[in-house]
Design a protein around this ligand. Structure first.
Ligand code: NI
Length: 175
């Protein structure tokens, strides 16, 4: 079931989310199914529970097919009670958008290599190393659980704005 996406300004997005105590509680399965439905409906790559108004530490992300060389496929993952460890001091800038900040894009510095851990819906541990775009997606979604939205991390304010202004549609050839 598609749920309403909370947008920037809603207090649930700037709160610290709570640990999931019982991963096997039926409401967790329903919530995750709804998060996937909502993400698909909005055309996102990731979603965090607070974005549908539920202050729990659950994120879903994934991109089945690469969109470009710097946006490769990312494994479809449900991550409950995640932890993120930075494996390098190296950061890189990259464009981000967010379902909770509709119509906008911003360039955000993110750590280039991370380890993330957590649990899947069955309670099995997940422990992965991720780099580049995959690492960026996880850091963006993890931030939602800490009450942080990507605009709070933008350093260069000339690279934050409306998508239609930052990336105007190209003129058709011959026009
Ligand atoms: Ni987001």
């Amino acid at each position: 079931m598609i749920r309403t996406v909370r947008v920037m300004g809603d207090p649930v997005l700037t709160e610290e989310a709570l640990e999931v105590r019982d991963i096997h509680h039926p409401s967790v399965k329903t919530l995750v199914a709804d998060m996937w439905d909502t993400m698909a409906d909005e055309g996102g790559i990731g979603i965090a529970a607070p974005q549908v108004g539920v202050p729990l530490r659950i994120i879903c992300f994934g991109l089945d097919e690469a969109q470009s060389t710097d946006r490769p496929a990312v494994p479809r993952t449900v991550l409950i009670n995640p932890k993120v460890e930075f494996l390098t001091d190296e950061t890189e800038e990259g464009w981000e958008g967010c379902l909770s900040v509709p119509g906008m894009r911003g360039s955000v510095p993110r750590c280039t290599r991370i380890r993330y851990t957590g649990f899947d819906l069955e309670g099995r541990p997940i422990d992965r190393i991720a780099q580049g775009f995959h690492a960026r997606v996880v850091q963006h979604e993890f931030d939602h659980l800490c009450g942080k939205l990507y605009p709070m991390r933008v350093k260069d304010w000339t690279k934050f704005g409306f998508t239609r202004a930052l990336f105007p549609p190209k003129d058709e050839p011959g026009e």
